[in-house]
Design a protein around this ligand. Sequence first.
Ligand code: PBG
Length: 322
Amino acid sequence: MRRLRRSESMRALVRETRLHAGALIYPLFICPGEGVRRPISSMPGVFNLSVDEALQEARDVAQLGLGGLLLFGLPEKKDEQASGAWDENGIVQQALRAMKRDRALDSLVLIADVCLCEYTSHGHCGIVRPGEAGTHEIENDSSVALIAKTAASLARAGADIVAPSDMMDGRVAAIRDSLDDEQLHDTPILSYASKFASAFYGPFREAADSAPQFGDRRSYQMDGANRREAMREIELDLAEGADMVLMKPALPYLDIIREARDCFDVPLGAYQVSGEYAMLQAAFERGWLDRDRAMLESLLSIRRAGADFIVTYFAKQAARLL
Ligand code: PBG
């Protein structure tokens, strides 16, 4: 076996999996204001950015040859109906319009995350109703209606792809209907089809200010123990009209990515989430792991598991090395 490992050129010739900048998507957190660039303590190198700063960042990302951006928003005000999510003048809608006007960004695919958790006062991904004995229910169908409305609003504002991350049942079909009703037939849906209830989303909730104020997300996000159920989620989303699926988290769930790759022929993305980024950054800061090598190895493993593209906070750093 060692004959084919003797030099870098020999290894390059027989390499089975490749990383390239065009397959990396960079998440951005857009906030109100001007000239705002607020660091997120648990995610060194990641910021909340006002629209003007986000445009600057997007130009860097385009220069580096990345595939695109995934946009999240921090609204001015939060309420029970998540009005900031579907407001025509919402924060992500404003960012999308500005980005679409900038020709330097034409090479980027603009993906809008579709969810209510950054916009609800309680931080849940849907509408909350009181349940029995002081408990709370996250209502499915009323949430889906607002999620579909949000998706159409983001597509009208210029999103090239809408990506629902809420995990309510039936949202993909509802989003497809609402897009088609508004003549947005050409907007694809990237569904976060297999999204597990994970501790690794912790730092994101600081970045997006979206931690649930009570309870947790286990009644809508998947149980980390379930592989077969993940395949059913994907199957249902595809039947409802999803064009592509996103798997998350990535590193602790590589087996799920591989299984999805073997079972389905649609384009598959994986999200290397905030906690995966945070744990590697923490080790880099202490000098415990080699930054460049550990970062690229983690991304390569996700590609090898079967992901076509990767959403990652390392996208810019990785592209500089590729
Ligand atoms: C919104 C959403 C979350 C993430 C992506 N979309 C947070 C959550 O479900 O709590 C997590 C991404 C990350 O951790 O980087 N529902």
